[in-house]
Design a protein around this ligand. Structure first.
Ligand SMILES: NC(=O)c1ccc[n+]([C@@H]2O[C@H](COP(=O)([O-])OP(=O)(O)OC[C@H]3O[C@@H](n4cnc5c(N)ncnc54)[C@H](OP(=O)(O)O)[C@@H]3O)[C@@H](O)[C@H]2O)c1
Length: 274
């Protein structure tokens, strides 16, 4: 049965992909609760539709519960959650400390887990609900010097698909969106592992070169609205796709990475980023 999506909780809604998505969803008539730590209204929002900025750190289970309770009190239902908040930590695998690895997984994986786990009881009770996660092409492309970012996005990809199987019987649908390079604040916010930032590091030059190449691709990347439109399309479809890679070029890239010999894939990625 098609359930029209009217009320959406969107994490990371204050900037970049989340801000563009909030604008596009609200233009389509949805009420969007745009969550972030700052609680800022999405930058560049032209007005129209309804966007409600909220302060909600995805690492804070109490804040998530409070936000959901507030949405239910105000709107009576919650039809979809878009788990978009995330960040990146670059660095070679040897020299990224365990605490830096934990930091990479904190918001970008555990934050997604906490948000989804808080929404699922509501969706089950209603008999409908949609979960959209924001993974990355990096989930299938093992990026050197961003190995933990690739790992966290691969985790999101598989988590979302497993969730789709587990929750289908409750009327819940799940989709993961896999963006390629997008021009947002993500690039400037990316941290580099402390040890690899020192010229003493055996990986110093390689890390710099790799990260500079990725930053160049991102700053020359697509507009966040491209991803926002893909999210909107999924929320408006009767049956969501389990995964969606926006743009033909990136979907061909994902197809090729999955089908070409992996030795060749690693060789090409090595040429591009190291
Ligand atoms: N840009 C790309 O090329 C690209 C490519 C593939 C996938 N992605 C993914 O797309 C998603 C959005 O990234 P973006 O490019 O739009 O980056 P961005 O412009 O840096 O936006 C990140 C958003 O997440 C929020 N946020 C960060 N930590 C949070 C937390 N603990 N709790 C709640 N909100 C939090 C930020 O707001 P506050 O700082 O106010 O909390 C901000 O609204 C990420 O998951 C990223 O991995 C990006």
């Amino acid at each position: 049965m098609k359930e029209e999506v009217k009320v959406v909780l969107l994490t990371g809604g204050s900037s970049g992909i989340g801000a563009a998505t909030a604008s596009l969803l609200s233009e389509a008539g949805m009420t969007v609760f745009a969550a972030s730590r700052s609680g800022k209204a999405p930058s560049g929002f032209p007005g129209g539709g309804e966007i409600v900025p909220i302060v909600m750190d995805v690492n804070d289970e109490d804040a998530i519960k409070k936000a959901i309770d507030g949405i239910l009190a105000r709107c009576g239902s919650l039809d979809a959650v878009v788990c978009n908040a995330g960040n990146g930590i670059a660095g070679p695998i040897e020299e990224t400390s365990v605490s830096e690895v934990e930091e990479q997984f904190r918001t970008t994986f555990y934050g997604v887990v906490k948000t989804i786990q808080a929404c699922l009881p509501v969706f089950r009770e209603q008999g409908h609900g949609r979960v959209v996660t924001v993974s990355s092409v990096a989930a299938v492309a093992p990026l050197p010097y961003q190995g933990f970012y690739s790992a966290v996005k691969a985790a999101i990809l598989n988590l979302t698909k497993a969730l789709a199987i587990e929750t289908k019987c409750f009327g819940i649908q799940c989709c993961t969106i896999m963006p390629g390079d997008v021009k947002t604040g993500f690039t400037a916010a990316r941290r580099i592992a402390a040890k690899a930032s020192s010229p003493e590091s055996a990986y110093y030059q390689a890390t710099r070169k790799g990260v500079e190449a990725m930053a160049k691709d991102e700053t020359g990347g697509m507009a966040p609205e491209v991803i926002g439109r893909a999210v909107r399309r999924q929320l408006q479809k009767r049956k969501m796709d389990p995964e969606k890679t926006p743009t033909l070029l990136y979907s061909l890239l994902v197809w090729a990475i999955r089908r070409f010999p992996q030795g060749l894939v690693l060789k090409v990625l090595g040429r591009m980023y190291s």
